[in-house]
Design a binder for this molecule. Structure first.
Ligand SMILES: Nc1ncnc2c1ncn2[C@@H]1O[C@H](COP(=O)(O)OP(=O)(O)O)[C@@H](O)[C@H]1O
Ligand SMILES: [Mg+2]
Length: 248
């Protein structure tokens, strides 16, 4: 493993009013890894992602991407980001949406045509590409957003709940593609609350009560908690965490 981290969070604290959402979060993500950020709804997963991208400012601590502070325009060009809510042009077709984002990424006509074909295939939207997005189902919109995030030769993919509303067969092919990108040395951060997806990542970060309460590969986590699935790891870690916080 390369020891220079791609994404580093150092004692990050984030408050919204009186609520402390992130309470000294530390993370180091290395190249060629898929990191799964797991936690219940409201745990702060999207907030971590927005802080990494420089869309939210932390109240304390520091965040770096390739050793630089975000937001940084040049670095943003190397990151494919899929937000939790789709940012699509509803009155345009899927292809036109992809074309728009390909232009923003600065892809030339030839490579954008090729890449649009490829990413559409990965998310199984090829036959619907010329339909308007306002006629897409929720799952199709998620898939189009994922396809957009995959455009460009990104070094980093940051995907916020990419497989919500995506059926299991397609989920599998999406994960196969993510692994392929990982094997090419790309760094992928993905949030999910689908626990069996957490089995597929290289490192699992469990976010609970504003802290990363566990951060390791799925196998080690299951061994440590002496359970058979990441779902059970999560439940056990949560129970232990709650027990600790009784007097808190
Ligand atoms: N802009 C905001 N203003 C106030 N509270 C926010 C804001 N963004 C997120 N929160 C709160 O921070 C917490 C974490 O949110 P979020 O990061 O979206 O969680 P997750 O993605 O894990 O579901 C939630 O309680 C949410 O209501
Ligand atoms: Mg979220």
């Amino acid at each position: 493993m390369n020891d220079i981290s791609v994404i580093t969070l150092n004692n990050v604290v984030k408050r919204f009013g009186k609520q402390t959402v992130l309470n000294h979060v530390n993370m180091q993500i290395y190249p060629g890894q898929i990191v799964g950020l797991i936690g219940p709804s409201g745990a702060g997963k999207s907030t971590i992602i927005k802080i990494i991208l420089g869309m939210e400012l932390a109240d304390e601590g520091s965040t770096n991407v390739f050793g630089k502070q975000m937001p940084n325009r040049r670095l943003l060009g190397r990151i494919g980001y899929m937000a939790q809510s789709d940012a699509l042009y509803e009155s345009l077709s899927g292809r036109e949406n992809l074309q728009f984002y390909a232009d923003m990424k600065g892809l030339n006509k030839r490579s954008s045509d090729m890449q649009i074909m490829h990413v559409a295939q990965v998310v199984d939207l090829t036959s619907s590409l010329d339909k308007r997005v306002n006629g897409y189902s929720g799952g199709m919109k998620r898939r189009l957003s994922l396809a957009i995030a995959m455009l460009g030769n990104n070094d980093i993919l940051i995907l916020d709940e990419p497989t919500v509303g995506v059926d299991p067969a397609l989920r599998r092919s999406i994960w196969a593609e993510l692994k392929k990108l990982r094997n090419q040395g790309k760094t992928i951060m993905v949030t999910t609350h689908v626990m069996d997806e957490a089995e597929l990542v290289d490192e699992v970060a469990l976010l609970l009560g504003g802290r990363i309460i566990a951060y390791s590969d799925p196998y080690s986590l299951k061994q440590y908690y002496q359970v058979n699935s990441i779902e059970e790891v999560f439940l056990k870690a949560e129970a232990i965490n709650n027990a600790y916080n009784v007097n808190y």
